[in-house]
Design a protein around this ligand. Structure first.
Ligand code: GLP
Length: 270
Protein backbone atom coordinates (compact mmCIF):
# COMPACT_ATOMS: atom_id res chain seq x y z
CA UNK A 1 0.00 0.00 0.00
CA UNK A 2 1.29 3.42 -0.95
CA UNK A 3 0.18 6.51 0.98
CA UNK A 4 0.69 9.88 -0.68
CA UNK A 5 -0.03 13.02 1.32
CA UNK A 6 -0.34 16.16 -0.80
CA UNK A 7 -0.71 19.71 0.53
CA UNK A 8 -4.20 20.34 -0.90
CA UNK A 9 -7.11 18.37 -2.39
CA UNK A 10 -6.29 19.95 -5.78
CA UNK A 11 -2.74 18.57 -5.61
CA UNK A 12 -4.17 15.20 -4.63
CA UNK A 13 -6.60 15.24 -7.54
CA UNK A 14 -3.75 15.86 -9.99
CA UNK A 15 -1.65 13.07 -8.51
CA UNK A 16 -4.56 10.64 -8.41
CA UNK A 17 -5.36 11.40 -12.05
CA UNK A 18 -1.78 10.52 -13.02
CA UNK A 19 -2.11 7.23 -11.17
CA UNK A 20 -5.38 6.41 -12.92
CA UNK A 21 -4.02 7.28 -16.36
CA UNK A 22 -0.85 5.25 -15.78
CA UNK A 23 -2.85 2.32 -14.41
CA UNK A 24 -5.08 2.20 -17.46
CA UNK A 25 -2.05 2.44 -19.76
CA UNK A 26 -0.23 -0.30 -17.84
CA UNK A 27 -3.24 -2.59 -18.19
CA UNK A 28 -2.58 -2.40 -21.94
CA UNK A 29 -6.09 -3.47 -22.88
CA UNK A 30 -7.89 -2.19 -25.98
CA UNK A 31 -11.07 -1.81 -23.94
CA UNK A 32 -9.86 -0.86 -20.46
CA UNK A 33 -12.25 -0.89 -17.53
CA UNK A 34 -12.38 2.05 -15.12
CA UNK A 35 -14.11 1.52 -11.78
CA UNK A 36 -16.13 4.58 -10.80
CA UNK A 37 -17.30 5.95 -7.50
CA UNK A 38 -19.64 8.77 -6.58
CA UNK A 39 -19.52 11.32 -3.78
CA UNK A 40 -17.66 14.59 -3.53
CA UNK A 41 -14.20 13.07 -3.01
CA UNK A 42 -13.49 12.10 -6.63
CA UNK A 43 -14.85 15.28 -8.26
CA UNK A 44 -11.43 16.95 -8.50
CA UNK A 45 -9.97 13.76 -9.89
CA UNK A 46 -12.71 13.56 -12.53
CA UNK A 47 -12.02 17.19 -13.47
CA UNK A 48 -8.32 16.35 -13.92
CA UNK A 49 -9.19 13.31 -16.04
CA UNK A 50 -11.50 15.50 -18.14
CA UNK A 51 -8.61 17.94 -18.65
CA UNK A 52 -6.38 15.05 -19.72
CA UNK A 53 -9.03 13.93 -22.22
CA UNK A 54 -9.31 17.48 -23.57
CA UNK A 55 -5.52 17.66 -23.89
CA UNK A 56 -5.38 14.34 -25.75
CA UNK A 57 -3.48 12.56 -22.96
CA UNK A 58 -6.34 10.18 -22.22
CA UNK A 59 -8.91 8.58 -24.50
CA UNK A 60 -11.83 6.75 -22.91
CA UNK A 61 -13.92 6.21 -26.04
CA UNK A 62 -13.16 2.47 -26.01
CA UNK A 63 -13.23 2.17 -22.22
CA UNK A 64 -15.98 0.77 -20.03
CA UNK A 65 -16.98 2.26 -16.70
CA UNK A 66 -18.35 0.15 -13.85
CA UNK A 67 -19.96 1.85 -10.87
CA UNK A 68 -19.38 0.61 -7.36
CA UNK A 69 -22.96 0.87 -6.24
CA UNK A 70 -26.50 2.16 -6.71
CA UNK A 71 -29.42 3.05 -4.49
CA UNK A 72 -32.42 0.74 -4.38
CA UNK A 73 -35.80 2.09 -5.34
CA UNK A 74 -35.06 5.42 -7.00
CA UNK A 75 -37.13 5.82 -10.16
CA UNK A 76 -35.17 5.72 -13.45
CA UNK A 77 -33.80 9.18 -14.22
CA UNK A 78 -33.81 10.33 -10.57
CA UNK A 79 -31.04 12.96 -10.43
CA UNK A 80 -29.43 11.33 -7.37
CA UNK A 81 -29.41 7.80 -8.75
CA UNK A 82 -25.76 6.90 -9.23
CA UNK A 83 -26.41 6.17 -12.91
CA UNK A 84 -27.54 9.76 -13.43
CA UNK A 85 -24.73 11.15 -11.26
CA UNK A 86 -22.11 9.26 -13.27
CA UNK A 87 -23.70 10.21 -16.60
CA UNK A 88 -23.37 13.86 -15.53
CA UNK A 89 -20.05 13.80 -13.74
CA UNK A 90 -18.11 11.22 -15.72
CA UNK A 91 -19.62 10.24 -19.06
CA UNK A 92 -20.21 13.72 -20.41
CA UNK A 93 -16.95 15.41 -19.32
CA UNK A 94 -14.67 12.39 -19.86
CA UNK A 95 -16.08 11.18 -23.16
CA UNK A 96 -17.10 7.80 -21.78
CA UNK A 97 -19.93 6.49 -23.92
CA UNK A 98 -23.18 6.18 -21.92
CA UNK A 99 -23.78 2.71 -23.38
CA UNK A 100 -20.41 1.72 -21.88
CA UNK A 101 -21.37 2.86 -18.38
CA UNK A 102 -22.55 0.00 -16.19
CA UNK A 103 -24.30 0.56 -12.88
CA UNK A 104 -25.94 -2.08 -10.67
CA UNK A 105 -29.69 -2.12 -11.27
CA UNK A 106 -31.45 -1.02 -8.10
CA UNK A 107 -34.86 -0.61 -9.70
CA UNK A 108 -36.10 -4.15 -9.08
CA UNK A 109 -39.41 -4.16 -7.29
CA UNK A 110 -38.75 -7.13 -5.05
CA UNK A 111 -35.89 -8.93 -3.38
CA UNK A 112 -35.63 -11.65 -6.04
CA UNK A 113 -35.23 -9.06 -8.79
CA UNK A 114 -32.53 -7.22 -6.84
CA UNK A 115 -30.65 -10.42 -6.05
CA UNK A 116 -30.78 -11.34 -9.74
CA UNK A 117 -29.54 -7.87 -10.72
CA UNK A 118 -26.59 -8.18 -8.34
CA UNK A 119 -25.62 -11.56 -9.78
CA UNK A 120 -25.98 -10.22 -13.33
CA UNK A 121 -23.64 -7.34 -12.47
CA UNK A 122 -20.91 -9.74 -11.35
CA UNK A 123 -21.26 -11.64 -14.62
CA UNK A 124 -21.08 -8.43 -16.67
CA UNK A 125 -17.97 -7.37 -14.78
CA UNK A 126 -16.30 -10.74 -15.37
CA UNK A 127 -17.18 -10.64 -19.08
CA UNK A 128 -15.52 -7.23 -19.34
CA UNK A 129 -12.36 -8.79 -17.90
CA UNK A 130 -12.61 -7.11 -14.49
CA UNK A 131 -11.71 -3.61 -13.40
CA UNK A 132 -8.26 -2.29 -14.35
CA UNK A 133 -8.28 0.78 -12.11
CA UNK A 134 -10.85 1.32 -9.37
CA UNK A 135 -11.40 4.86 -8.08
CA UNK A 136 -12.55 4.88 -4.45
CA UNK A 137 -13.69 7.28 -1.77
CA UNK A 138 -14.21 6.41 1.87
CA UNK A 139 -17.23 6.96 4.07
CA UNK A 140 -16.80 8.72 7.41
CA UNK A 141 -17.62 5.35 9.01
CA UNK A 142 -15.02 3.55 6.89
CA UNK A 143 -17.43 2.28 4.28
CA UNK A 144 -16.18 1.41 0.82
CA UNK A 145 -18.74 1.61 -1.97
CA UNK A 146 -21.75 0.95 0.20
CA UNK A 147 -20.09 -1.83 2.16
CA UNK A 148 -21.01 -0.76 5.64
CA UNK A 149 -19.13 -1.82 8.80
CA UNK A 150 -19.71 -5.54 9.26
CA UNK A 151 -19.49 -6.34 5.55
CA UNK A 152 -17.73 -9.61 4.80
CA UNK A 153 -14.22 -9.07 3.49
CA UNK A 154 -14.89 -11.58 0.69
CA UNK A 155 -18.37 -10.29 -0.17
CA UNK A 156 -19.65 -9.99 -3.75
CA UNK A 157 -22.18 -7.63 -5.33
CA UNK A 158 -25.36 -7.78 -3.28
CA UNK A 159 -28.18 -5.87 -1.64
CA UNK A 160 -27.21 -4.09 1.58
CA UNK A 161 -28.97 -1.92 4.10
CA UNK A 162 -27.47 1.55 4.49
CA UNK A 163 -26.40 2.59 7.97
CA UNK A 164 -28.07 5.54 9.67
CA UNK A 165 -24.73 7.36 9.53
CA UNK A 166 -24.44 6.94 5.76
CA UNK A 167 -28.06 7.99 5.19
CA UNK A 168 -27.48 11.09 7.32
CA UNK A 169 -24.21 11.86 5.49
CA UNK A 170 -25.89 11.51 2.09
CA UNK A 171 -29.06 13.44 3.03
CA UNK A 172 -27.39 16.59 1.64
CA UNK A 173 -28.01 15.27 -1.86
CA UNK A 174 -31.75 14.76 -1.25
CA UNK A 175 -34.74 16.91 -0.28
CA UNK A 176 -34.49 15.60 3.27
CA UNK A 177 -33.18 12.68 5.34
CA UNK A 178 -36.33 10.61 4.80
CA UNK A 179 -35.82 10.78 1.02
CA UNK A 180 -32.54 8.84 1.22
CA UNK A 181 -33.12 5.21 0.23
CA UNK A 182 -32.65 2.62 2.96
CA UNK A 183 -30.97 0.02 0.72
CA UNK A 184 -28.45 -0.26 -2.08
CA UNK A 185 -26.86 -2.74 -4.44
CA UNK A 186 -23.09 -2.58 -3.98
CA UNK A 187 -20.05 -4.38 -5.27
CA UNK A 188 -18.68 -6.49 -2.43
CA UNK A 189 -15.29 -6.05 -0.83
CA UNK A 190 -14.15 -9.25 -2.53
CA UNK A 191 -15.27 -7.79 -5.86
CA UNK A 192 -13.34 -4.56 -5.24
CA UNK A 193 -10.21 -6.50 -4.28
CA UNK A 194 -10.08 -8.05 -7.76
CA UNK A 195 -9.41 -4.72 -9.47
CA UNK A 196 -5.88 -4.36 -10.84
CA UNK A 197 -5.17 -1.07 -9.06
CA UNK A 198 -7.07 0.77 -6.35
CA UNK A 199 -6.83 4.55 -6.09
CA UNK A 200 -8.56 5.93 -2.99
CA UNK A 201 -8.90 9.68 -2.56
CA UNK A 202 -9.88 11.39 0.67
CA UNK A 203 -9.66 14.94 1.92
CA UNK A 204 -10.75 16.92 4.95
CA UNK A 205 -10.60 16.33 8.68
CA UNK A 206 -13.98 14.57 8.74
CA UNK A 207 -12.29 11.60 7.03
CA UNK A 208 -9.17 11.50 9.24
CA UNK A 209 -10.50 8.93 11.71
CA UNK A 210 -11.77 6.58 9.00
CA UNK A 211 -8.52 6.93 7.05
CA UNK A 212 -6.41 6.11 10.10
CA UNK A 213 -8.57 3.09 10.92
CA UNK A 214 -8.43 1.86 7.31
CA UNK A 215 -4.68 2.27 6.85
CA UNK A 216 -3.30 1.57 10.30
CA UNK A 217 -6.00 -0.31 12.16
CA UNK A 218 -6.60 -4.05 11.92
CA UNK A 219 -7.85 -5.61 8.68
CA UNK A 220 -11.42 -5.87 9.83
CA UNK A 221 -15.01 -5.95 8.64
CA UNK A 222 -15.59 -3.20 11.21
CA UNK A 223 -13.69 -0.87 8.89
CA UNK A 224 -14.50 -2.07 5.35
CA UNK A 225 -11.89 0.22 3.75
CA UNK A 226 -9.20 -1.67 5.67
CA UNK A 227 -9.34 -4.26 2.84
CA UNK A 228 -6.97 -1.95 1.01
CA UNK A 229 -4.26 -3.43 3.22
CA UNK A 230 -4.81 -6.75 1.45
CA UNK A 231 -4.46 -5.40 -2.10
CA UNK A 232 -1.08 -5.53 -3.85
CA UNK A 233 -1.49 -2.23 -5.75
CA UNK A 234 -3.48 0.15 -3.59
CA UNK A 235 -2.59 3.83 -3.54
CA UNK A 236 -4.19 6.23 -1.07
CA UNK A 237 -4.05 9.94 -1.94
CA UNK A 238 -4.78 12.28 0.97
CA UNK A 239 -4.59 15.93 1.85
CA UNK A 240 -3.01 17.08 5.11
CA UNK A 241 -6.31 17.15 7.01
CA UNK A 242 -7.36 13.61 6.03
CA UNK A 243 -3.87 12.37 6.95
CA UNK A 244 -4.01 14.15 10.32
CA UNK A 245 -4.34 11.04 12.51
CA UNK A 246 -1.80 8.78 10.78
CA UNK A 247 0.97 7.49 13.04
CA UNK A 248 3.39 6.36 10.34
CA UNK A 249 3.37 9.56 8.35
CA UNK A 250 7.17 9.95 8.34
CA UNK A 251 7.57 6.56 6.74
CA UNK A 252 4.92 7.27 4.07
CA UNK A 253 6.59 10.56 3.16
CA UNK A 254 10.03 8.96 2.98
CA UNK A 255 8.67 6.13 0.83
CA UNK A 256 6.91 8.57 -1.45
CA UNK A 257 10.23 10.30 -2.07
CA UNK A 258 11.13 7.12 -3.95
CA UNK A 259 14.55 5.81 -4.82
CA UNK A 260 16.01 9.13 -5.84
CA UNK A 261 18.67 9.00 -3.11
CA UNK A 262 18.91 5.49 -1.68
CA UNK A 263 21.40 5.24 1.14
CA UNK A 264 23.74 2.30 0.86
CA UNK A 265 25.96 1.44 3.81
CA UNK A 266 29.67 2.13 3.31
CA UNK A 267 31.66 -0.99 2.43
CA UNK A 268 34.30 0.13 5.00
CA UNK A 269 31.88 -0.81 7.74
CA UNK A 270 32.50 -4.45 6.84
C1 GLP B 1 -21.13 7.36 -0.89
C2 GLP B 1 -20.58 6.35 -1.87
C3 GLP B 1 -19.16 5.94 -1.49
C4 GLP B 1 -18.34 7.17 -1.25
C5 GLP B 1 -18.92 7.94 -0.11
C6 GLP B 1 -18.10 9.14 0.32
O1 GLP B 1 -21.63 6.80 0.26
N1 GLP B 1 -21.40 5.19 -1.99
O2 GLP B 1 -18.62 5.14 -2.50
O3 GLP B 1 -17.00 6.82 -0.99
O4 GLP B 1 -20.20 8.36 -0.52
O5 GLP B 1 -18.67 10.33 -0.10
P1 GLP B 1 -17.95 11.72 -0.11
O6 GLP B 1 -16.79 11.58 -1.05
O7 GLP B 1 -18.97 12.68 -0.62
O8 GLP B 1 -17.52 11.98 1.26
Amino acid sequence: MEVLVLPTPADGARRAAELVIAGLADAGRPEPVLGLTTGSSPLGLYAELAAAVAAGRLDLTAARGFALDEYVGLPPGHPQSYREVLLREVCAPLGLRPDRLHVPDGSGGDEAALVAAAAAYEILLAKAGGVDVQILGIGANGHLGFNEPGSALSSRTRVKRLSDRTRADNARFFEGPDEVPTHCVTQGLGTVLEAGRLVLVASGGAKAEAVAAALEGPLSASCPASVLQWHADAVVVLDEAAAGLLRNRDYYDASAAGLAKPHTPSSKAW
